[in-house]
Design a protein around this ligand. Structure first.
Ligand code: 5GP
Ligand code: MN
Length: 328
């Protein structure tokens, strides 16, 4: 893992200053940290007089709640990048998280700045601004904006707060510095209560009913030395429901009494599973990396194909290989 050195901030800022046109790329199945990071960079780059476009490499539209983030509606869904001097990926823990753009970004790695906070990020750009201990990618961006002398306005602060409030589980974890940043952002006049409602609390009747159906099937499973709480969200149960509702499922099994880990299998398309892992006892990032994904020590994920039985068996085997609990 690349260690953060303050000198990389200078190199990242130099790359940005030298560019006239920039494409900012967020990860597929975008969350509020990804959309907030792309949007914050778009607004800031324009303030610096750059041409800037935001792109996510997937055909699926964003969850409606993410459109409350300033500039989110401008982010294009595309399978190619525009002609630009510089590509900036944000919140993408690995190159495959750029989806349909991954091959092009691999070719253009010498024109790519990677900004991220995932512990598993290998660094796939010419400059890699990685702060693994950072609560969100938007907190990393806050440091970069300081380096670039971009002053925070209300819209940029809204974008940064969107990533901060969601990636810290509504400020349930993180360092004291995240509260200091929250205070700084709030002083610009953002409506933090409304942002919380838009991004976290608002749900629809049908989504709540879906959540109830999936939660009714919760099981605990002994896997080697571990006890895991497991949710299986099959295609016919989640089809047509908002990403936000599907992604919220994992929060119910994050810390179920008597368990060491929470697992959610989400069937995004027939036989195609996105798997979420959470634990405060083992390093789930290692488990996710072993299965082709990535993430943070306490929260990680990966994708897999096949029947639920085979996907579950592969996870069980990986957890067994990882051995006894490896403290986070
Ligand atoms: P979630 O379970 O909420 O989808 O993701 C938890 C964490 O793991 C997030 O930080 C997310 O970026 C990361 N993650 C989830 N799925 C994948 C994946 O397929 N590949 C990689 N590299 N990281 C993932
Ligand atoms: Mn993030």
């Amino acid at each position: 893992m690349t260690q953060f050195s303050p000198e990389v901030l200078t190199r990242a800022a130099d790359l940005i200053r030298a560019a006239e046109s920039v494409a900012v790329v967020g990860h597929v199945r975008s969350d509020a940290d990804a959309v907030g990071s792309v949007s914050a960079m778009l607004l800031s780059l324009r303030r610096l007089g750059k041409q800037a476009v935001g792109v996510v490499g997937q055909p699926m539209a964003f969850s409606a709640n993410l459109l409350s983030i300033p500039a989110a509606r401008e982010i294009e869904l595309a399978d190619t990048l525009p002609e630009v001097d510089l590509v900036i990926t944000v919140d993408c823990g690995s190159i495959d998280r750029t989806g349909l753009l991954s091959r092009e970004i691999a070719e253009k790695w010498e024109q790519t700045l990677v900004i991220d906070h995932h512990a598993s990020n290998p660094g796939f750009g010419i400059v890699n601004l990685l702060i693994p201990g950072a609560e969100s990618t938007t907190t990393v961006i806050r440091e970069l904006l300081r380096e670039l002398d971009v002053e925070l306005d209300r819209d940029i602060a809204h974008c940064l707060y969107a990533g901060l409030v969601t990636d810290t589980g509504s400020f349930r974890w993180g360092r004291p510095a995240m509260h200091e940043l929250a205070a700084e952002l709030m002083r610009t006049g953002i409506d933090s209560r409304q942002i919380g409602v838009d991004l976290i609390d608002s749900t629809s009747l049908v989504d709540l009913q879906m959540i109830g159906r999936v939660l009714a099937g919760v099981e605990t499973e002994r896997i080697g030395a571990l006890t895991a709480a497991v949710l299986v969200a099959e295609r016919d149960v989640i089809a047509g429901h908002s990403d936000a509702a599907v992604e919220s499922l994992v929060d119910f099994v994050r810390a179920l009494e008597g368990t060491d880990a929470g697992v959610v299998f989400k069937e995004m398309a027939p036989g195609f599973w996105a798997v979420s892992l959470r634990s405060s006892v083992i390093n789930v990032s290692r488990v996710a990396v072993a299965l082709g994904g990535g993430g943070h020590v306490p929260a990680a994920g990966y994708t897999a194909q096949g029947s639920i039985e085979s996907v579950r068996a592969d996870l069980t085997a990986a957890l067994a290989r990882m051995g006894v609990p490896d403290p986070a």
